[in-house]
Design a protein around this ligand. Structure first.
Ligand code: F6P
Length: 364
């Protein structure tokens, strides 16, 4: 690639600790090759109407790897293939403005796009690749639900925050002989709940992969009580549901959002436990705390490695692929292989086995 080769980078979907580390690695690796980097603001918005594109130099991004959030801004409402636009009557209509993105990309003389995102944003990146934009994907999500990569950055930070919260709930639950139910994120995969629940010595973990029977959970709690433990900690993945029931949600949220906002399972479980066991039960929703603040060292390093590897793929012209961790190496995976798939917790895996062997109940 010639000197002055122009790389664009954007961040899409919910933020995840480590996003800034990817950006730092991309900008610094590009500078070492005499390439230029331009940051597109707010996912694809900067390539649609706002023309918010900023030139980035190593000085501007030095050590932002340690900072949480998204330096370029991010959104899960900017899908160029289905953008919400208010019509003359003030109603929201969805329009395909992807041609405009391609046009602006060419007008700005950008040479390739590094798209950092989860399943939704990587699907958009793949569709833009099919329209002629040379794309390299970088997988990101705290949910760890992307296939073909051992892990995504943001996940370790989310699990650490959830584990610390569970640790803290033990003492207050114990003081009051209460059942505390904590709801964690993860969408339709139970990775955060499982890893934090085991690490935080939860009594019960409910995850989307294992529909639960509330009576089993209550029996487990009462059995523990008979053996002298009068308090209990339940970790509930936001996507978990009872046998024969459905996932709880808070509706679609803002216009342009592709998915529903999950939530409500901890409240449901706490209420049912209180009714069925007469134990004092409380719930808490950990929410966006799991995405806030600095990335752990693990996430920071993984994100820096992903960023540097993305630039290697640019050099090798492996467009239409995504960087992925296949420990101990970083590999290139065709984007089409990961689109529309979700990595769920394997029920025969070692982590579920460990949980069962140390006496954690899944309500099944
Ligand atoms: O995908 C990441 C995630 O944090 C999910 O775990 C959660 O369901 C969702 O995003 C929350 O989205 P928002 O930030 O739009 O409320």
């Amino acid at each position: 690639m010639p000197k002055g080769f122009k790389i664009a980078i954007n961040m899409g979907g919910g933020d995840a600790p480590g996003l800034n580390a990817v950006l730092e690695a991309v900008v610094r690796s590009a500078a070492n090759r005499n390439w230029e980097v331009y940051g597109i603001k707010n996912s694809y918005e900067g390539l649609i109407d706002t023309n918010e594109i900023i030139s980035l130099t190593p000085k501007k991004v030095w050590h932002i790897s340690s900072i949480g959030g998204a330096f370029l801004g991010t959104t899960n409402k900017a899908n160029p293939f289905s953008m919400p636009v208010a019509n003359a009557a003030g109603e929201i209509e969805y329009r395909d403005v992807s041609d405009k993105v391609v046009e602006n990309f060419k007008r700005l003389r950008l040479d390739c796009l590094i798209a950092v995102g989860g399943d939704g944003s990587l699907k958009i990146a793949y569709d833009l690749f099919k329209k002629g934009i040379p794309v390299i994907g970088v997988p990101k999500t705290i949910d760890n639900d992307l296939v073909s990569t051992n892990i995504t950055f943001g996940f370790d930070t989310a699990v650490s925050i959830a584990t610390e919260a569970i640790d803290r709930l033990h003492s207050t639950a114990k003081s009051h002989d209460r059942v505390m139910v904590v709801e964690v994120m993860g969408r339709n995969a139970g990775w955060i709940a499982l890893n934090s629940g085991i690490s935080g010595s939860a009594d019960v973990i409910v995850i989307p992969e294992i529909p639960f029977d509330i009576d089993r959970i209550c029996d487990h709690i009462m059995d523990r009580e008979l053996h002298g433990q009068r308090y209990a900690i339940v970790v509930a993945a936001e996507g978990a549901a009872p046998i024969g029931g459905h996932t709880l949600n808070k509706g679609k949220g803002e216009a342009g959002r592709q998915d529903v906002i999950l939530g409500g399972i901890a409240e449901y479980v706490a209420r049912e436990i209180a009714i069925k066991t007469s134990k004092d039960s409380r719930f808490m929703v950990l929410g966006h705390l799991q995405r806030g603040g600095s990335p752990t060292t693990f996430d920071r390093l993984l994100a820096l490695r992903f960023g540097a590897a993305a630039l290697r793929l640019v050099k090798e012209k492996k467009f239409g692929t995504m960087v992925a961790l296949e420990s101990p190496n970083i590999k290139a995976i065709p984007l089409e292989e990961i689109i529309g798939k979700i990595k769920r917790v394997p029920l025969d895996g070692d982590t579920i086995r460990t949980a069962r062997e140390i006496g954690i109940c899944f309500g099944d």
